[in-house]
Design a protein. Sequence first.
Length: 164
Amino acid sequence: MKKALIYGLTLTFALTLTACGQPKAEEPGEPDPAASAAVQTASPEAAQPPKPQQRTLKELAECAEAGLPLTLEEAERLEAHRNRKKEALQDLKARAETDPAAAAELAQQRAQQSEAVKKSRQKMYADAAAGDPEAQARYERHLAARRENYRRKKQAEAEAAQAS
């Protein structure tokens, strides 16, 4: 039984490899009249090289964050993706108010996001401590932003205390 299965698989693989093989190269002395007619009637657009492979959304987001230029199509694609994600999150938040399963999914997403932020900050701190000048600048900006947020929070609390 095992031998029959092995022979069957071997035959299947052999057939798939031969079916996907390259066709025979034609003799250089024999021009194909159909091919030459097709070349003559082809439009100049068909002679253009194929478009480069699309960048992934992650690559687009990294380029946008780094300030690198994006084509109009790439910017629209990235914006559409971000809008879909925002709408899905808003929908999940709305469903979480009444549906326990949606609330559990939202809590799981928040926990994953929190863990990702934590890991990112740890990496940023480790890179800055290792002496990477870009990481040190990024860490300094992070600390400055935290200080500014803390100052705003305290100012808002002081204004609320004075108003009451």
